[in-house]
Design a protein around this ligand. Structure first.
Ligand SMILES: Cc1ncc(CNC=O)c(N)n1
Length: 247
């Protein structure tokens, strides 16, 4: 790929290329059996409760990760890009989200103070911590940030589409990530990631070697996010091998 577009021929941005290239795992993360069971109304409520407790732990770890991306955006020093505003709005919705998790947990009788992180949660949180390091490139961190949010947006929006049989009590949870506003927020994250990737791929920033490295690192990071998301859904279903198999 030479990175140039022919006149009149639309060309894919980097994130499109990745989604197409890694389509099977992308579908695996965004159309997981757990999500499909919410969508067809057959979800096991104990699985939903397990997901709720584990996701609360994940979201608490996700906040400092997003804060670390905000710091990288600030250090880049490009005030006119608007990146900080987008990331800050993400932190704002995480504030609401944490309150929602607490409220939802009490509704379902889940005591969040008693929930211990399972292995996939621990692994995913450790991955976030690695990405928080100052040495991690803004482009790589942004690609991860977009992918993490996009998986939830695509998954839960699917549960609200026409023809889905999501129970009314779970529709609200699906709305959190499946609503149009969250969809626009994900597009903004995607645009930032693509702009960064385009910048580094075209060599318009100095140190082309380092930059090319950032593009391939970002792609690997994208794939790892998808793998962690699949593991996380598997754990929620109880198909990770640690919990008793379903009859
Ligand atoms: C495992 C996982 N991945 C993505 C999200 C969505 N981001 C913030 O809420 C989430 N809550 N949990």
């Amino acid at each position: 790929m030479d990175g140039k577009s022919k006149p009149g021929v639309p060309y894919d941005v980097m994130t499109d290329t990745w989604v197409k290239k890694h389509r099977l795992i992308y579908i695996g993360a965004t159309r997981h059996p757990f999500i499909l069971s919410i969508r067809d109304g057959t979800v096991d409520l104990s699985a939903f409760k397990r997901w709720l407790g584990q996701d609360y732990i994940f979201v608490r770890a996700f906040v400092p990760f997003v804060a670390s991306v905000l710091i990288k955006a600030y250090k880049k020093g490009d005030e006119s890009s608007g990146d900080m505003e987008v990331i800050l709005s993400g932190l704002g919705s995480l504030n609401d989200e944490i309150a929602w998790f607490k409220q939802e947990a009490s509704k379902w009788g889940v005591d969040l103070s008693q929930v211990a992180p399972e292995k996939p949660t621990q692994d995913y949180c450790r991955f976030l911590e690695e990405l928080m390091r100052p040495e991690v490139d803004y482009t790589v961190a942004m690609a991860a940030f977009w992918a993490i949010e996009a998986v939830y947006q695509e998954s839960f929006a699917h549960c609200l589409e026409e023809g889905s049989k999501t129970s009314t009590e779970l529709q609200e949870a699906c709305q959190r990530w499946g609503n149009d506003g969250f969809g626009r927020y994900c597009s903004s994250l995607r645009n930032i990631a693509d702009r960064q990737l385009e910048k580094v791929a075209s060599g318009s920033v100095p140190l082309v070697k380092v930059s090319e490295d950032a593009v391939s690192k970002a792609e690997v990071t994208f794939l790892r996010v998808l793998e962690y998301e699949v593991d996380f859904w598997n754990m929620s279903c109880g198909t990770d091998g640690h919990s008793a198999p379903k009859p």
